[in-house]
Design a protein around this ligand. Structure first.
Ligand code: MN
Length: 171
């Protein structure tokens, strides 16, 4: 028996802005993970894309920002995991500090894995280990689905690609 979807309820709301419940399932008591995109005016302006996985915000710095059209690929440099509380952070990191510059939330919302492997839906955590995520994002600007693919490009940090992909219809 298939579970009733809460997708539309969630899609209509930004739970970082409303105190309405996100509608946890009574049985599992799980809710959708969060994501945030922060515009960071550091030495080089970039966008930090952060996704909640196993109680931290797994992060990528995307110099060009999230891709806008299907098939568009943008470099996403994996950065250190951030605490969940960072998702609401805005402010100016003073000069002389790591990441000095203005941080502003560009978008936030919830997300969910849509990555299948041999017919099984993988969790974000399982996908991360494979270096290949497919995430549906329910934001104000980021609507639709994105892939995060780890590349073998050389660099001090892991070089990933953030790609806008089609949202597959569930049957
Ligand atoms: Mn940054």
């Amino acid at each position: 028996m298939s579970k009733l979807s809460l997708d539309i309820y969630r899609k209509k709301r930004d739970f970082s802005k409303t105190t309405e419940p996100s509608g946890s399932r009574k049985k599992s008591r799980t809710k959708l993970p969060i994501f945030v995109v922060q515009k960071h005016a550091a030495t080089n302006l970039h966008y930090d894309v952060r996704i909640e996985i196993n109680d931290v915000l797994v992060s990528w710095a995307v110099p060009k920002g999230p891709p806008k059209t299907i098939g568009e690929k943008h470099l996403a440099i994996r950065t250190e995991n951030h605490p969940l509380e960072y998702a609401t952070f805005e402010g100016i990191i003073p000069e002389g500090n790591y990441g000095a510059g203005k941080v502003k939330i560009w978008d936030s919302g919830t997300c969910q894995s849509i990555k299948y492997h041999h017919g099984k839906l993988l969790s974000l955590s399982e996908s991360l280990k494979k270096g290949s995520l497919e995430v549906r994002m329910y934001g104000k600007k980021l609507k639709g689905s994105y892939a995060f693919i780890k590349t073998h490009l050389p660099g001090k940090q892991e070089q990933w690609l953030m790609i806008k992909i089609h949202t597959k219809k569930r049957s």
